[in-house]
Ligand binder design. Structure first.
Ligand SMILES: Cc1ncc(COP(=O)(O)O)c(C=O)c1O
Length: 395
């Protein structure tokens, strides 16, 4: 029998994250710092609204764009937080997570062969999403010495007549980097100079520590060339509800809505009811969870640095991204040995792009106690190899 799977899909690279989860799933007593999602359950009052929606018979499709109440609430939040205004009637779309919104954005703008600059290391779906949309992903590396912030020079060096868009995600998965106002202004100038659209995935916008999140569309002149993506998953511990959104100028939004209408129809109705509650009444929950992540962030970053795994200070999201260069192992070998010997699961940085090579991603959504125990295990792993003195951490 012939192979039925298309060449296009055969050529998509499988996610580098999966392999480690598959190994970890076969083992007992693994402490996982691998998962990129909150360890909190969705706050009760938010979950209750979703449950009420189901029990009250709100189980039909909504408007393709999402309920007008939710779109108004999203517009209100964007305006109050960042001073950027979107018309809930024609510039906002409720999606099945940022995952769907990302694909819609790329599909809406890419003609075959159009190039999209993808700043990396990045969320594993980004280059695949560009390719699935018919574009060509041109990876733009970032570096630890720049705190993983993209530079104008690195972007401009890769711009060709086919370049259509820049895809950024700050606060960043996997590095935890945020973009400084100066770097943001540089990026905006590049977009303007070369007439590019910027897809800005701001899903971690609410999880920042000691810095202010700057919304890309709020920069002077950027609203008209930005497709803004965000959602409920990370800020409100709602990954399973599958609610995200896109905000963009009306002509782009119209294209995205057309795709969404044929592909999805409408985002989950009960999820939308819960999302409305989250936006209107979830502020204390966001702050409670953010404060808890912040304590764990300080624990893990300090722990890695004391073990000689140099870790720049992540100011956003919930990931630490230490270097394992000092160990003499590459990131894949380090992660595999650590998992097999000490049952701690972290992800090789190279799964997120070439510039992640030599780093590991450790998610600090594990409990404080589990992070402490994981650090003790990592210490033992390092001591066994003569890389640190015993009790670097435990005294
Ligand atoms: C940067 C980034 N964007 C998007 C997503 C997917 O988000 P959603 O749950 O809204 O589809 C993730 C999930 O890990 C992410 O890290």
């Amino acid at each position: 029998m012939r192979t039925f799977v298309s060449k296009h899909v055969q050529q998509l690279r499988p996610s580098g994250i999966r392999r480690f989860f598959d190994i970890a799933a076969t083992m007992q007593d693994v402490i996982t710092l691998g998962i990129g999602e909150p360890d909190f359950a969705t706050p009760d009052h938010i979950a209750q609204k979703g449950a009420d929606a189901i029990l009250n018979g709100q189980t039909a499709y909504t408007s393709n764009s999402g309920t007008i109440e939710l779109r108004r609430a999203i517009a209100g939040q964007l305006s109050a937080r960042y001073g950027v205004s979107y018309d809930p009637g024609c510039e906002l779309l409720v999606t099945v997570g940022v995952s769907e919104a990302l694909w819609l954005a790329l599909k809406a703008i890419c003609d075959p062969g159009d190039e999209v600059l993808v700043v990396e290391p990045c969320f594993v779906a980004n280059p695949a999403a560009v390719e699935m949309a018919g574009g060509v992903a041109v990876m733009v590396p970032t570096r630890a010495e720049n705190d993983f912030q993209v530079t104008a020079d690195d972007l401009e060096a890769r711009i060709t007549p086919r370049t259509k868009a820049i895809l950024i995600s700050y606060p960043n998965n996997p590095t935890g980097a945020v973009l400084s106002p100066e770097r943001m202004a540089d990026l905006a100038a590049v977009a303007e100079r070369h007439d590019l659209v910027v897809i800005s995935d701001e899903i971690y916008e609410r999880l920042v520590y000691g810095v202010q999140h700057v919304n890309f569309a709020s920069l002077p002149g950027m609203r008209e060339r930005t497709i803004l993506l965000s959602g409920m998953s990370k800020s409100y511990a709602m990954t399973g509800w599958r609610i995200g959104y896109a905000a963009a100028p009306a002509p782009i939004m119209e294209a995205m809505r057309k795709l969404h209408q044929y592909l999805i129809m409408s985002a989950p109705t009960m999820g939308q009811a819960a999302a409305l509650q989250a936006i209107l009444h979830g502020e204390d929950d966001v702050e409670r969870m953010r404060t808890s992540y912040d304590a764990r962030r300080r624990l893990i970053v300090e722990g890695f640095n004391r073990l000689g795994l140099t870790c720049f200070e992540p100011r956003g999201a919930f990931y630490a991204f230490p270097s394992v260069a000092n160990t003499g192992m590459d990131d894949e070998a380090f992660c595999e040995a650590l998992l097999l010997e000490e049952r701690v699961a972290v992800i090789p940085g190279s799964a997120f792009g070439q510039s992640g090579k030599g780093f590991i991603r450790a998610s600090y959504t594990a409990s404080y106690g589990d992070i402490e125990r994981a650090l003790v295990r990592i210490e033992r792993f390092m001591v066994r190899r003569g890389l640190v003195q015993p009790a670097a951490l435990t005294v």
